[in-house]
Structure formats: structure tokens, C-alpha cells
Design a protein around this ligand. Structure first.
Ligand code: PEP
Ligand code: MN
Length: 338
């Protein structure tokens, strides 16, 4: 349930109303926007009689929220959320490109790619250290050593980093990571979601391989429920009957997220198709659909990549795609973050 307050309401009266809700055992999400202030109520609101609430003179109107996701719901927070991390803004028209290899393989590799993507205009370096692989015999990532190499690339280039966590036991290792990625395969790892909710790190939450929009937003709700409101959503393609591409980019997820939630949403055109020749067209589609950014796999030598080489752009290809992204983002009136 949301309670919309009248403009310029008396503070003391608002506090009295909030106390009333707290005494009923409800949690309150206070959202003060430019035009409206909203109290979002969480918990068992069935016992509330709307007429009792309307009797408070600070209340403009009361609305029940039927969706199970509350704190991430746009009804609770009508304005777009902007996440600020490492001096970059994400959301509400602020556009970021995160780029780098699927996996960190060596210092030389990650530093070369970091320098190249920075020069081309990416605002974050991506790179996997802990890799969720379908086969136990595939390269599993350099793990803690990979994180160290990413931090070294960050030190040398100044690019903030985004990398995937696979277990809550590793959280301490991620202390200097700028954005923690929760991968598609762990979107419903509820223990991990709860731990990330208790942390104060920005989280890049990727949509599960066959997750509905409601399941996706409920995963974000888990993080919010723990107190962490720094969530960036990522549409990375869903599994369909198509076999020519790895996944199908669900482009409608972008406007749908914007309709139902205030959170920023970025698109991963690399995992969405699994082929490098689809990265540019899917990036264009993402920008046109309203995405707040892109996460793109780039490798200095894709044919020798230890993971996801077929979908990785080489450095000259990334330069070309990036130039195209800049033009189209400008056309769509996005503000590119450097
Ligand atoms: C990745 O970003 O390398 C990755 C494994 O992505 P996803 O979780 O979307 O498959
Ligand atoms: Mn990958």
C-alpha cells in the first residue's frame, strides 16, 4: 500500500502518521520526490481501513499495490533511481558502458583490455574471476588471484570494476570491488541475495535464464529487503526454442522494467546472443528501448579466450561498436559517463 502525502505537509503530523504505521508492525519506505512524497507500506496491510488513513489531514490519497514487489516498485518511488558509484551516475538518462573479458586470464590480458576499453570510452571494466561454468571441466576462473589482477588493472587505469560473486563466503574478498555482479544462474540464490542485501555494495543483478519479470523484480526486492537499495538490473537474454543463438534478448524487458520499477536497467548483448556479430545491432536496440547502459565482452585475442570467445569483440571491433553507441546514445539524449 502507498500513502501519498499532501504537499508541504506538517512534519510533526507526518511523523505521527508514520508512528501509527510502525505500531501496526509495518515497515515504511519513505520516498521524497520533487513533486510527491510517498510512504510505501510493507507488511500485512490487509487490516488497514483506507478511510482511517484518509482521515489524517496530511494524506492526499491511498492506493493498494497488488504486485508482490514493493520497494522496487515504481509506485513506491515514482522517479527513476540513480545509482552513484565511483563518481559515475547510472540511470535516469546517465548511460554507462561496462566492458572487458568474460574471464580475467592474466595481468597482461586484463591490463591491455582495460586500457583499450577505457580509451574507447567505457566507464567500467568487467571481468570474471569466479566463473559459473556449465561443465566442471571448463576453466573456472582465476578466483581470488583474478580479483587481485582486476584490482591491479583498476589501479593502473582508474576504471572501476564489476565482477561476479558466486558465494556469500567470498564477500570479504570483494571489499574493493565497485559493483558486485550476481549472475543469471544465481538470480534466485536466496542466501546470496540476502547477504548482498546486508552489504552496501552496488549490485548488478542479471536476469535468470528463464526468469519472469516478476521473479526478476522479486530477486531485486530481496536485496532491498536487506537494506541495500543500490541495485542495477541487467537483461542478458532468456532461453527460448531458438538454436542459432545462445539466448534471445528480451528487448521488451527494458520498457517493462521501466514501467514497473524505478531501478536502472542495462543490457548485455554479448550473452544475449552468444555471437559477436550480434553485439552492435542488439546494442542499438537496447539504446532505442531505453536502457541505461550496456555490458559488453571484449578480449585482446578472442580466438584464444578461455571463456566466451565467440561472443567477445576484439579491440578494434569494440572501438567501432563504441563509436556507434556514442552516436546513438547522443541521439537518444543519454548522458554518456566517461
Ligand atoms: C558473465 O557475465 O560472464 C556471465 C556469466 O553472465 P550471465 O550470468 O548473464 O550468464
Ligand atoms: Mn561470459
Amino acid at each position: 500500500m502507498i500513502v501519498v502525502l499532501k504537499r508541504n505537509s506538517d512534519k510533526e503530523h507526518v511523523e505521527r502518521l508514520m508512528q501509527h504505521f510502525t505500531e501496526m508492525g509495518l515497515r515504511i519506505n519513505y520516498s521524497e520526490g520533487e513533486h510527491t512524497t510517498i510512504l510505501g507500506l510493507m507488511g500485512d496491510t490487509t487490516k488497514i481501513d483506507e478511510r482511517d488513513i484518509l482521515a489524517y489531514d496530511v494524506v492526499e490519497r491511498v492506493q493498494r499495490v497488488s504486485e508482490p514487489f514493493k520497494a522496487v516498485n515504481r509506485k513506491f518511488h515514482p522517479e527513476d533511481t540513480v545509482i552513484e558509484v565511483a563518481g559515475r551516475k547510472i540511470g535516469a538518462g546517465y548511460f554507462n558502458v561496462m566492458a572487458g573479458p568474460c574471464s580475467v586470464e592474466s595481468e597482461a590480458q586484463i591490463v591491455e583490455v582495460a586500457e583499450a576499453v577505457k580509451k574507447a570510452g567505457a566507464s567500467f571494466l568487467r571481468g570474471g574471476a569466479f566463473k559459473p561454468r556449465t561443465s566442471p571441466y571448463s576453466f573456472q576462473g582465476l578466483e581470488a588471484e583474478g580479483l587481485k589482477l582486476l584490482l591491479e588493472a583498476k589501479r593502473q587505469t582508474g576504471l572501476p570494476i564489476v565482477t561476479e560473486i558466486m558465494s556469500e563466503k567470498h564477500l570479504d574478498l570483494f571489499a574493493d570491488v565497485d559493483i558486485i555482479q550476481l549472475g543469471a544462474r544465481n538470480m534466485q540464490n536466496f542466501m546470496l541475495l540476502k547477504e548482498l542485501g546486508r552489504s552496501n555494495k552496488p549490485i548488478l543483478l542479471k536476469r535468470g535464464l528463464s526468469a519472469t519479470m516478476e521473479e526478476f523484480l522479486m530477486a531485486a526486492e530481496y536485496i532491498f529487503a536487506g537494506g541495500n537499495q543500490n541495485v542495477i538490473l541487467c537483461e542478458r537474454g532468456i532461453r527460448t526454442f531458438e538454436t542459432l543463438i545462445r539466448n534471445n534478448l528480451d528487448i521488451s524487458a527494458v520498457p517493462l522494467v521501466k514501467m514497473f520499477s524505478h531501478l536502472p536497467v542495462i543490457v548485455d548483448p554479448s550473452h544475449a546472443a552468444g555471437r559477436r556479430d550480434m553485439v552492435q545491432p542488439l546494442s542499438r536496440a537496447a539504446i532505442a528501448a531505453g536502457a541505461d547502459g550496456l555490458i559488453i565482452e571484449v578480449h585482446n585475442d578472442p580466438k584464444c579466450a578461455l571463456c566466451d570467445g565467440a561472443q567477445s569483440l576484439d579491440i578494434p571491433q569494440f572501438d567501432t561498436v563504441m563509436a556507434d553507441i556514442k552516436r546513438r546514445a547522443a541521439f537518444e539524449e543519454r548522458t554518456m559517463m566517461p
